[in-house]
Design a protein around this ligand. Sequence first.
Ligand SMILES: [Zn+2]
Length: 225
Amino acid sequence: MLCEFLDSIFPRSCVVCGAALIPKEEDCCLQCLSSIPRTDFLKVVDNELERLFWGKVEVESGSAFAHFSKSAGIRSLVHELKYRGNKRIGRRIGRMMAAPLQRHWPKPDLILPLPLHPKKQKKRGFNQAEILAEGISKELDSALNTELLIRTVANETQTNKSAEERVENVEGIFQVTQSSALENKTVLLIDDVITTGATMASCVSELNKVAGTKVYVAAVAFASQ
Ligand SMILES: [Zn+2]
């Protein structure tokens, strides 16, 4: 009742289509949520995302919740989190990502968001991958850790670089701070959007150096090239 009353005074609208939200909806209407093009990566062995890591690093499995390029909806949701600081929507996407992961993958010992360089995080105010990981951590009941893996090099934006240049640009930019805490652990690495996978691969290569670590990779969206 109160919600309906508040909605009548402060109308809330869907961040994707702009339609007025009904009381049980938050940020995004149910129609837009249900029209997000999900990937079938969790059911496909050697899926497109996993292939990005072949010959580079060892990943147990990799998945993305949705296809980025085919959907205005998922682009708006990621944008809302990343550039408009809507953390509520980020945690919600995280919870949505978690449900299928729970059905297909073993429960991780640790959930690690892809780290931002401290300077960049200070500028943005938060790490979007960490917000997503918060939602996932809550749903999977696995610990979230932001200290064991850090980013030590802040590199320039990669938009104008070719895939090959990007690989060179991201090598050695991450560091494991305490190997013993990661030994023999099943780790779930989280990022928002995976395109070439180069940054993620750089991160995984650090984890691969730790004895017995099993790495799973999950993103909100996969932007195939
Ligand atoms: Zn909508």
